[in-house]
Design a protein around this ligand. Structure first.
Ligand code: GLY
Length: 451
């Protein structure tokens, strides 16, 4: 955990943003894989981590804005628990590590909520993303689990996003400590990217490096020679000379801050001409974005500028034609770049996505586009000093999408389908780094990972 004062200050800032009432935080619980005692690795809820910091299951916290008090709810272990888990600190002492002086058994949460409801007080809670939390809210509030999300608090969501979006120095240090482990993972992957090696040998090894460092992965690693499938899982496919290997992975820091890096490497060490041309295009797209990032610029505009670079390069390669500005405005580039340029990064790899993508990445100034490709842009709003985000352009040749667009003659004025056909089987290339928005521009976080 950080020092107790970090959590106390965060809760104080949150209280100031909400006028009155109670704020309820439900921690995550153990999640069974196939029977109760056989669980997925425990991951604490990120909002709970941010404001309370205690990394263990079966906890809840109530912040009383009017009374200016915080209560941690949870049960001390029994002798039966100790037999399986070993001795555990008293919860009242753990609460002090978060700057919380009052701790009550979990059963009393129901009474506190019931009393607040009877008094007509506002109770702010967050939309649940796990079924057991929806059920927990149902039992506390008497609202059907299936509709409890509707009653979550937009004020609380917005207040949390405004706080969590700006990363402090200690949070940036955490992200950079995660990136140190990620750099080791990529060094090993680059060493292993040789003909005869299996995708899952590499994914196993890099996950092992994270585990060995006491970390774990931020999300299941993407390790694939079929990179045109954006979130392909590793398989037992054997790498062959000439393949393009995409690895999209990242380690978590000890306090669960994320890293998220993508590299594309030629199996056997060298790109052929086509691979080199597309790689250089993606590298140029990424550098254009990194050069442009600064406070006040809209990430949507950076995304669109990057798309223009793609079209200009694709025209030189004979894959596209026409005016680049018009092609991007029509969405023709999305045949090759069907996802967004990046997303916020923090305690979650897609930071705060549980609170609602549009709240995190958009503002009142511009609505989210419905256009294919641009619609997937998770972060579009003006950048602010302290944001941490990913910069991850890519170019992919997706046979099913090419076939569909070609049959529909979609954007035929901008796409040279005869040439595109000859790239089927190419795969995909993505390059991704994690970037901090500074006062005047940006800084790529972590030690450089070779491109
Ligand atoms: N790096 C995986 C993702 O952003 O979805």
């Amino acid at each position: 955990m950080f020092e107790a004062s970090v959590y106390s200050k965060r809760r104080e800032q949150l209280r100031k943003k909400l006028r009155s009432g109670l704020i309820l935080f439900l921690g995550n619980n153990d999640s069974p894989m196939n029977y109760t005692a056989n669980i997925y690795p425990f991951r604490q809820d990120s909002n709970f981590l941010y404001f309370i910091g205690i990394d263990q299951p079966n906890l809840a916290a109530v912040l009383d804005i009017d009374e200016n008090t915080d209560i941690l709810f949870g049960n001390d272990v029994t002798i039966e628990d100790i037999i399986w888990m070993g001795p555990q600190p008293l919860l009242k002492n753990t609460a002090l590590k978060s700057g919380i002086k009052k701790q009550l058994p979990l059963t009393q949460l129901e009474e506190v909520i019931k009393k607040a409801i009877q008094q007509g007080r506002q109770i702010h809670f967050l939309p649940p993303y796990r079924a057991d939390k929806a059920q927990w809210l149902e039992s506390l509030f008497g609202i059907f689990a299936s509709s409890v999300k509707i009653y979550s608090s937009p004020e609380l969501i917005k207040a949390i996003i405004s706080l969590r979006s700006i990363k402090s120095v200690i949070e940036i240090d955490e992200i950079e400590s995660a990136l140190k482990v990620t750099a080791l993972m990529y060094a090993e992957a680059a060493r292993m990217a040789e003909p005869g090696v299996r995708e899952n040998e590499i994914s196993g090894r890099i996950e092992g490096i994270a585990l060995e460092a006491g970390a774990r992965l931020t999300f299941p690693a993407i390790v694939t020679i079929r990179g045109e499938t954006l979130h392909n899982s590793p398989t037992s496919t054997i790498l062959k000379k000439g393949n393009l290997l995409i690895i999209d992975a990242g380690a978590e820091s000890p306090l669960h801050y994320a890293s998220d890096i993508t590299r594309t490497m030629p199996v056997g060490g060298t790109f052929n001409t086509r691979q080199k041309e597309i790689y250089q295009t993606v590298a140029r797209m990424q550098q254009t974005a990194i050069n442009a990032i600064k406070p006040g610029i809209r990430y949507r505009d950076v995304h669109l500028d990057v798309a223009k670079i793609l079209v200009e390069h694709m025209k030189v390669l004979g894959l596209m034609k026409g005016n680049a500005e018009e092609a991007v405005s029509a969405g023709a580039h999305a045949l090759f770049f069907p996802h967004g340029l990046g997303h916020m990064l923090g305690l979650d790899v897609h930071d705060m996505e549980d609170l609602g993508e549009n709240y995190v990445g958009y503002d009142e100034k511009k609505e989210r586009s419905k256009q294919f490709g641009l619609a997937y842009l998770r972060l579009a709003k003006e950048l602010v000093h302290g944001f941490v985000l990913t910069v991850e352009p890519g170019i992919y040749f997706i046979p099913a999408l090419i076939d569909q667009w070609k049959t529909e003659k979609k954007h035929a004025g901008f796409i040279n389908y005869a040439k595109v056909e000859t790239y089927k089987g190419f795969g995909g290339i993505r390059i991704e780094d994690d970037v901090l928005v500074t006062r005047t521009g940006c800084r790529v976080l972590g030690i450089p990972i070779p491109k």
